[in-house]
Ligand binder design. Structure first.
Ligand code: S3P
Length: 191
């Protein structure tokens, strides 16, 4: 009998991890994916806030970005051990080289990408992004994107957010994951 994609993911054993710039919709797609695949969902920004007992902006203000990055890295490493589930990460998480390697070696990674103008519209509505609390968020975003894109590109899969309806983007990435896992399984059987 044909296996469904959730069975294939469970057999594969690794979590699905969403990476990409802030405002691209990692949380939105992470939730949708976890519902469609019936897997647990974790958002590392929310987990870090829960650990600290305050918002990300407050963490930056009280303890600085470095402290935030330490807790973020530890939270991601812990959750990568959880087996099949869906994890959304903060946009800067991959700037830690160990975190990036752990994600790309040990998960079904998805880069959620969106055009800069869409990101800007989305982040304008949200005050909880301390790196963009400045006069020129467009320049800051552009600069961050330039620095981070080579890391995001290491992901196995990609979702183009804000370009087609979410349901279509979701269907496409689920098909891509299924295709990838079927091929991976066939390769293992050949050996
Ligand atoms: C950050 C992105 C945020 C959050 C923090 C720093 C970044 O997460 O982790 O404000 O460096 O890009 P989202 O990508 O979920 O907005």
């Amino acid at each position: 009998m044909m296996k469904n994609v959730t069975d294939l993911i469970k057999e594969h054993g690794a979590p699905i991890v969403l990476v990409g710039m802030m405002g691209t919709g990692k949380t939105h797609f992470g939730r949708l994916l976890s519902q469609a695949l019936r897997l647990n969902y974790y958002d590392t920004d929310t987990l870090v806030e829960a650990k600290a007992g305050c918002s990300i902006s407050e963490i930056f203000e009280r303890w600085g970005e470095e402290k935030f990055r330490d807790v973020e890295a530890k939270t991601i490493q812990d959750h990568l051990q959880k087996g099949p589930c869906v994890i959304s990460t903060g946009g800067g998480a991959l700037m830690n080289a160990e975190t990036a390697d752990a994600i790309f070696d040990g998960s079904l990674s998805i880069w959620v990408d969106a055009p800069l103008d869409i990101i800007l519209q989305r982040v304008a509505k949200n005050r909880n992004r301390p790196l963009l609390a400045c006069e020129n968020p467009r320049d800051v975003l552009q600069e961050l994107m330039k620095k981070r894109e080579p890391s995001y590109r290491r992901a196995i899969f990609k979702i183009s957010s804000g370009v087609v309806p979410s349901e279509d983007a979701l269907d496409t990435v689920i098909k891509d994951i299924k295709h990838y896992l079927i091929q991976a399984e066939a390769k293992t059987e050949q050996v």
